[in-house]
Design a protein around this ligand. Structure first.
Ligand SMILES: [Zn+2]
Length: 258
């Protein structure tokens, strides 16, 4: 299995062999360089591709699900657009999970209250979603995650068990932090790219192409384009006899601490 531990084992074994070999014959320096570059590429790929489970176990779908069930997730709120997302979800009677950024919870507590009162699940998506998040040390990560948990708990009365890493990036510090905070890490296998593709039809077409039983869809509740893509998606789901279920049902996990 391709993970951090196995990558390091293979790397150090090959490095030792090359060093050993260099005692007997002249080993070209670029072979060493190649080995380091290969390790670097594998690690970068592993940290940016959450479904690889390279550093830690993340739930990205339910591969055993045979029925046409999918879960919807929204990142980066609460935001003014969350209200429109809630309206569309209500229209189709669909429940979703919102991975919230702590500082946005401080800005829009009333929106989070509405998310909860309409029966959706709330997860933790860091406090500040900083570009530097992946460079923080373990203790700072634990602090950030706990701060957002507390903000969510103040409004919902419950401590969330779900965490989604900003940008979907994982690394050894994040793994160690999550061993302390004990969250389930939630990834996705249907990335809408709604933050990058600036056309709702293309966003919807992309999801339509990727949708399959047990899938987890990643959207953002931060733009009108995502709201419109969601409406098209929910129509498609209805017409094609898919069913939107909660992450709890799809993955058989608990969203909140007892
Ligand atoms: Zn995010």
């Amino acid at each position: 299995m391709l993970n951090y531990r196995n990558t390091n084992i293979v790397f150090f074994v090959l490095l030792a062999l090359l060093l050993l070999l260099s005692f007997f014959v002249k080993v070209n320096w670029w072979l060493f360089l190649l080995l380091f570059v290969a390790r670097f590429i594998v690690i970068i790929t592993g940290s940016t591709q959450i479904p690889l489970n390279f550093f830690l176990k993340a739930y990205c779908n339910n591969p055993l699900e045979k029925e046409k069930k999918v879960a919807l997730t929204f990142d980066d709120g609460p935001h003014e657009m969350t209200l429109l997302v809630l309206d569309v979800l209500k229209k189709y009677n669909a429940k979703a999970t919102f991975f919230c950024i702590g500082k946005n919870v401080e800005k829009h507590p009333e929106i989070l209250k509405k998310v909860i009162s309409e029966g959706h699940i709330v997860g933790n998506h860091s406090y500040d979603h900083s570009r530097l998040f992946d460079f923080y040390r373990k203790d700072r990560l634990v602090e950030e995650i706990a701060k957002t948990d507390a903000l969510i708990e103040k409004i919902s009365g419950k401590k969330t068990n779900l965490f989604r890493p900003p940008f979907g990036v994982t690394n050894p510090s994040i793994k160690r932090a999550l061993e302390v905070t004990k969250h389930h890490v939630i990834g996705w296998n249907i990335r809408s790219l709604d933050g990058i593709i600036k056309n709702e039809k293309l966003v919807f077409n992309r999801i339509k192409k990727l949708i399959s039983p047990g899938g987890i869809v990643l959207l953002h509740d931060t733009s009108l384009q995502s709201v419109n893509a969601l409406e098209q998606l929910l129509q498609f789901i209805e017409e094609n006899k898919y069913k939107v279920v909660s992450l709890e049902e799809l993955l058989d996990i608990k969203a909140y601490e007892d």
